[in-house]
Design a binder for this molecule. Structure first.
Ligand code: ATP
Ligand code: MG
Length: 316
């Protein structure tokens, strides 16, 4: 393993048993995050993004594959997990105890790791741009943006090399969203940490991420440097996601795609899992699962990729 490799997800499988068959929430996900980089995971609701985050944190066991973090395989959560990976959820209440003063929530990870004396809550508050006098407040006495700053402070208290953010700005209004994104960038500059950044919002992804992994039904279908993915997507699903993102020019029109429903995740796919919605599909797509095509620093899985100079594609 190279020194710069921080997180190595290798062919991860997660299944949830249920009526009518198991949901394969992760169906062979492989993804690497290097030190200091921001990798975004994008994809429609239900494609497995949060399950991936939970698996990296050791909160979700794997049915197959492995996850290696800082050279050690992840097996469940441990007391020391917070030293390796911090977590910022969409809803800060998920990481803050409503009955604790927020200073205590920030202090707790340091206490559990036996590093209590290292930094005060006040110092952490200053790092995330919060007035230190807020340490004695309860979560409900703060605004949504302030609560998310506390949650980021808690995730960063032990200066973990990896921070996972799962839709961290989705519940915030636009002006606060920008402040939180700038905070995440500043934190990265100051600490050199890596981000695994999960989001539906392609604008924030473009702002923050060095690399983008596009996920569809438990698999990564395309992955590469952000600007390459945005300027010349090769997988028809990536292109449809980009075409469906709201833009200023189209402000008065609701986005048309991705239209159609993501198939039932209990389906056993024989060919390409995107075939049922894909405008490029051919017969082979219904039979053979596409292998990886590697083009320099980007990879994608498609029998009939989007031509580099193609016009807009819509999901059928
Ligand atoms: N605890 C669970 N029990 C059963 N099924 C689950 C469980 N957690 C997730 N799933 C299923 O696994 C699939 C992936 O869910 P996941 O929450 O990872 O998606 P997501 O990409 O994070 O979606 P969203 O964008 O809506 O947050 C979905 O089909 C979901 O219904
Ligand atoms: Mg989710």
């Amino acid at each position: 393993m190279s020194d710069s490799l921080l997180l190595d997800v290798q062919d991860a499988h997660v299944e949830f048993p249920g009526h009518g068959g198991a949901v394969r929430a992760l169906d062979g996900v492989s993804l690497q995050v290097h030190r200091g980089e921001t990798v975004a995971v994008v994809g429609e609701s239900g494609c497995g993004k949060t399950t991936l985050a939970r698996a990296v944190l050791g909160l979700q066991g794997l049915k197959g594959g492995r996850i290696v973090l800082e050279g050690a395989e992840v097996h469940g959560t441990t007391r020391h997990m917070a030293e390796h990976v911090g977590m910022v959820w969409q809803d800060p209440y998920a990481s803050l105890n409503p009955r604790w003063r927020v200073g205590r929530s920030v202090q707790e990870p340091m206490q559990l790791a036996g590093r209590r004396a290292e930094r005060s809550s006040v110092a952490v508050f200053e790092e995330v741009g919060l007035d230190p006098k807020f340490v004695d407040r309860y979560p409900h006495q703060l605004s949504g943006g302030q609560r998310q700053r506390v949650a980021i402070g808690r995730a960063l208290a032990l200066k973990p090399p990896l921070v996972i953010c799962d839709e961290p700005t989705a519940a915030l209004d636009l002006s606060v969203r920008a402040q939180i994104l700038n905070l995440l960038k500043d934190v990265q500059t100051a600490t050199g940490c890596s981000f695994l950044y999960i989001s539906h919002d392609l604008t924030t992804v473009r702002f923050l991420a060095d690399r983008v992994a596009v996920m569809y039904l438990g698999r990564i279908v395309e992955e590469g440097p952000t600007e390459r993915i945005f300027s010349e997507p090769r997988h028809p699903y990536t292109k449809a996601l980009l075409d469906s993102a709201p833009s200023l020019e189209r402000l008065m029109h609701l986005p048309e795609a991705p239209a159609g429903e993501i198939p039932d995740p209990r389906t056993k796919f024989q060919g390409c899992r995107f075939a049922s919605r894909c405008p490029n599909r051919g017969e082979v797509c219904l039979v053979n699962d596409p292998a990886a095509t590697v083009e320099g620093d980007r990879r994608f899985y498609c029998h009939f990729p989007v031509a580099q100079d193609s016009a807009t594609i819509k999901i059928t």
